[in-house]
Design a protein around this ligand. Structure first.
Ligand SMILES: Cc1cc2nc3c(=O)[nH]c(=O)nc-3n(C[C@H](O)[C@H](O)[C@H](O)COP(=O)(O)O)c2cc1C
Length: 248
């Protein structure tokens, strides 16, 4: 594998020792000026052999995991799949707590209706709304400039987005963040399947108790969970509304 150019902090991380894609040409690319990077499709191809439709059809809400841990490389890929989720204005109003420690999972389980997924999963992702939207606006505008958008256009965009977000009540901000988070959740569950493991999206938990146990800063509000790991149960038969009930 070749790392095309990587900022120091990431070069030190063993996580970059990706298994090579089938073609043997795995690259991690640094995105110019942003200090960000993305993983080439070739790396992903080494992990993901499934067609998207099979991923969607075979994914199911796993009720019991077998306790095995997802390796760091696969986790890293999933977190990137989540990170690249779309969001309105590209604001990305989420902050996702990644929990692997058994002790913390055990403390959380009573606050999630004692659901076994919490303690049997490999990692529990706590999707929180980031309600501090103004700093995110500044970051997005900076990102746009870095991506080469003309300053004038960035200025126009800034006026529009600041006006829109600035007029929101705190409740509307939470609603806005929630909407975006569920898109990231969709990527998380399908992304997990694509990488060879299982997941359970979970809304059955007490967000206040979670915030307390996790010592979350006030601005991060838990919205939904995603337990990930290797299933120890069998997928139940899928049932969905018929097409005519869904589309019109
Ligand atoms: C937002 C959301 C919250 C959910 N909360 C829970 C939960 O707390 N516990 C659980 O076992 N499943 C939960 N589920 C899973 C659903 O019950 C499941 O997706 C649905 O029954 C369809 O089954 P399938 O995902 O296996 O196809 C949740 C799903 C979503 C999208």
């Amino acid at each position: 594998m070749r790392i095309m150019h990587c900022p120091g902090i990431w070069q030190k991380r063993p996580i970059l020792n990706f298994r090579e894609g089938k073609t043997g040409q795995s690259h991690i690319f640094l995105i110019p000026k942003t200090n960000d990077y993305h993983i080439s499709a070739l790396v992903l191809r080494g992990f993901c052999e499934m067609e998207f439709k099979d991923i969607v059809m075979q994914r199911y809400a796993t009720k019991q995991f077998d306790g095995r841990m997802i390796d760091e490389q696969a986790l890293f890929l999933l977190l990137d799949i989540i990170r690249y989720s779309p969001s309105a204005f590209n604001l990305q109003p989420w902050k996702i707590k990644v929990i692997s420690a058994s002790r913390i999972k055990a403390s959380l389980r009573p606050h999630a209706n004692d659901q076994p997924q919490i303690t049997t999963c490999s990692h529990l992702l706590v999707f929180c709304a980031n309600t501090e939207l103004e700093p995110l606006i500044d970051k997005v505008l900076w990102g746009m400039e870095q991506s080469g958008m003309p300053k004038e256009m960035v200025g126009q965009y800034a006026g529009m987005i600041k006006g829109y977000i600035g007029s929101m009540t705190p409740e509307q901000r939470m609603g806005f963040a929630r909407e975006q988070i569920y898109i990231a959740l969709g990527n998380a569950v399908n992304g997990a399947k694509s990488l060879g493991f299982d997941s359970c999206p979970m809304g059955g938990f007490d967000p206040v108790a979670f915030a307390e146990v996790l010592f979350l800063p006030e601005e991060y509000v838990p919205v939904v969970l995603c337990a990930i790991g290797y299933a120890a149960d069998q997928p139940p038969a899928k049932w969905r509304l018929p097409r005519e009930d869904v589309f019109f």
